[in-house]
Design a protein around this ligand. Structure first.
Ligand code: ATP
Length: 600
């Protein structure tokens, strides 16, 4: 929550009302008890003292630069970082609203807030090289409750002597925000362009000579600067707007003696300001509990106390959602909706002309300011994701995801099948199949067990087991007894191919020549290996003559019995061992890869 700041600016005059003083930020006024009945200040008449508190009071000698520094700098800094800002001048006609907001053409030093704001904004943007920044400008006026675009490009190109400005429609948009239809926004790429637009709009305003002011603004003017900024590496855009509002001045027709067209203009201005005041009162009354903003008549002193907004801020926020604020009653309040009770850093400059004849209007202006000071706005940075960048990023993300998904699908297929395979325990059929593969491999019937389906680590392990057993059992050992040749085969090595009941094994007969021998049956195959104690109590596999297995003492002798067939088989086993080793290594590598895919 941030309260609306209020400032008072006293117009310089050689005939200032004497009974006023400023102590700090409080304006003290001592005025006759009944201003209404008193047309001149009478000696000895009872006085009432008013005290109005402001955030700052600009004395008559305050310069344009002083006003800018105190009122505008903070708001413009906020605007540059994405916070909305509004500065509006309110006061009696001829008190210096236009002078404050637009400035005077008399001297460069008398330029107003609009021109100074542009200079500060463009100056600050110079250093923001890493951002894409766009400044747009619009300028509208509300004359007799109708909005006009002061920067209409069609009007600029018109050959007609009478410039026709298109009418604008101010509508209530989503969330109640005012939407101005048809208002042109002009890109101002440089400060010069912005100043040109400003001058063009100022020149197009409705002004008229009145009895109090020869160039009185007969309209409310809203000069708006829009900022849109985005850091080059970011997809968040910052958008903010700065309203600089020069309100038309209130005037008492009875006092100024205007009539005809000017009278109807004045009525319209007063009505519009009345609607503004109604909104302010509604906002102020919801913010401050009744009785806080009071006109206490204790003694002769009347004071408008500044309400501590902080204590009411949260309560006001809740109430505002329920309470009706009559923004819709006028175009001006719709346009300023955000500035009054919305998301905006707002400042009001109450301009007063401290002459005796203006005391009534001065008090009225100060009272209005006191009410405005009670309003708390909710200020937040206007950040939004840039849709074009979002779309671009989403497209890239979709493309990345598609690639990732297709890669994952491949991995999943591979992983899934391998993991499935690994997770399934080998069935008896698998084991038999492994036996056949190893047998065929050893016999040279197949070149590579992998291509025959030994792909899972479990099957590899089974094959290795079979091989080890075969080696230990002296696979293909020459035996003297055909019946004992059965024991050459380990119980685990089942040399039977699927679909076949029997298999033929080469064995050696007594003449040491290899020969095909009997058909093997399940019964013989599954017989357990028998070991017998031999010399030196060393285990000896029965019937073996394999030098690899025999004790050293027997080796030389048994070597004599090795046939070419045995040698060939030895070589095969050696090769097979090497292959198994390689297969083991491959399997470990593969497992490692799978673990990485699955868990890392
Ligand atoms: N602080 C000031 N210093 C010097 N001159 C000022 C000051 N304030 C106002 N004036 C002068 O007083 C005259 C009226 O001021 P201005 O036009 O700003 O009044 P206004 O409040 O905008 O009136 P209206 O509501 O009728 O448009 C102008 O000539 C302006 O130069």
């Amino acid at each position: 929550m941030s309260k609306i700041k209020t400032y008072c600016r006293i117009k310089p005059s050689p005939h200032l009302y004497e009974e006023y003083e400023t102590s700090g930020d409080t304006l003290q006024l001592r005025v006759p008890e009944s201003l209404k009945d008193c047309l001149s200040l009478c000696q000895g008449q009872a006085r009432v003292s008013y005290g109005f508190h402001f955030d700052h009071i600009f004395k008559p000698q305050a310069s344009q630069s002083d006003v800018f520094d105190v009122v505008a700098k903070e708001i413009i800094e906020g605007f540059l970082t994405g916070h909305n800002g509004t500065i509006f001048a309110y006061g009696q006609t001829g008190t210096g609203k236009t002078y404050t907001i637009e400035g005077s053409a008399r001297q460069y030093s008398e330029r107003g807030l609009e021109s100074r704001a542009l200079s500060m904004i463009y100056g600050a943007l110079q250093s923001r090289k890493d951002e894409d920044i766009a400044i747009h400008i619009s300028y509208m006026e509300i004359y007799q409750e109708i909005g006009y675009d002061l920067l209409n490009p069609a009007a600029k190109n018109s050959q007609s002597l009478v410039t026709v400005f298109p009418k604008l429609t101010v509508l209530e948009g989503p969330g109640g925000a005012g939407i101005i239809r048809n208002l042109s926004q002009h890109l101002a790429a440089s400060e010069d362009v912005a100043h040109f637009l400003l001058l063009q709009g100022q020149a197009n305003r409705h002004v008229a000579a009145t009895t109090v002011h020869d160039r009185s603004s007969r309209s409310h003017a809203v000069f708006t600067i829009y900022l849109s900024a985005r850091k080059q590496d970011s997809d968040v855009s910052v958008r903010s707007k700065l309203h600089l509002v020069d309100l038309a001045g209130s005037e008492r027709a009875s006092k100024t003696g205007i009539e005809g067209h000017q009278l109807s203009e004045a009525k319209s201005i007063n009505l519009s300001l009345h609607h503004l005041e109604t909104v302010i009162i509604a906002l102020q009354s919801e913010t401050a509990p009744s009785g806080q903003l009071q006109c206490s008549s204790a003694g002769t002193t009347r004071s408008f106390s500044e309400v501590s907004l902080r204590s009411y801020a949260s309560a006001a926020d809740g109430m505002r959602r329920n309470k009706h604020i009559p923004y819709r009653n006028s175009q001006l309040t719709l346009v300023l909706r955000d500035s009054l009770g919305g998301n905006c850093m707002t400042a009001m400059i109450a301009t007063i002309a401290l002459q005796f004849e203006n005391l009534g209007e001065t008090i009225s202006t100060c009272r209005f300011a006191s009410r405005v000071a009670c309003i708390a706005n909710t200020v937040k940075r206007n950040e939004e994701l840039d849709e074009r960048i979002i779309i671009r990023r989403l497209r890239k993300r979709v493309a990345d995801l598609e690639t990732e998904v297709s890669c994952l699908r491949i991995n999943q297929d591979e992983l899934g099948s391998t993991v499935d395979e690994m997770s399934i325990k080998l069935t008896d059929e698998d084991k038999i199949y492994c036996g056949h593969i190893i047998n065929d491999y050893l016999r040279g019937l197949i070149a590579d067990p992998v291509t025959e389906g030994i792909t899972s680590p479990y099957k590899f392990r089974e094959c290795l087991k079979i091989l080890k057993k075969m080696v230990n059992d002296g696979y293909g050992r020459v035996t003297n007894n055909a019946s004992r040749s059965v024991t050459n085969v380990s119980s685990g090595a089942i040399f039977r191919k699927q679909g076949r009941d029997t298999d033929i094994l080469w064995v050696h007969a007594d003449d040491h020549k290899p020969q095909r021998t009997q058909a093997w049956t399940d019964e013989t195959i599954t017989r357990p290996i028998r070991r017998s104690q031999s010399f030196n109590n060393k285990p000896k596999i029965e019937g073996t003559s394999d030098p690899e297995i025999l004790p050293d003492s027997e080796r030389s002798q048994s070597q004599r019995y090795k046939s070419p067939f045995e040698h060939k088989r030895d070589r095969e086993i050696k090769t097979l061992n090497a292959k198994v080793e390689k297969m083991q290594r491959d399997r470990m590598e593969k497992e490692q890869q799978l673990i990485e895919v699955k868990y890392i």
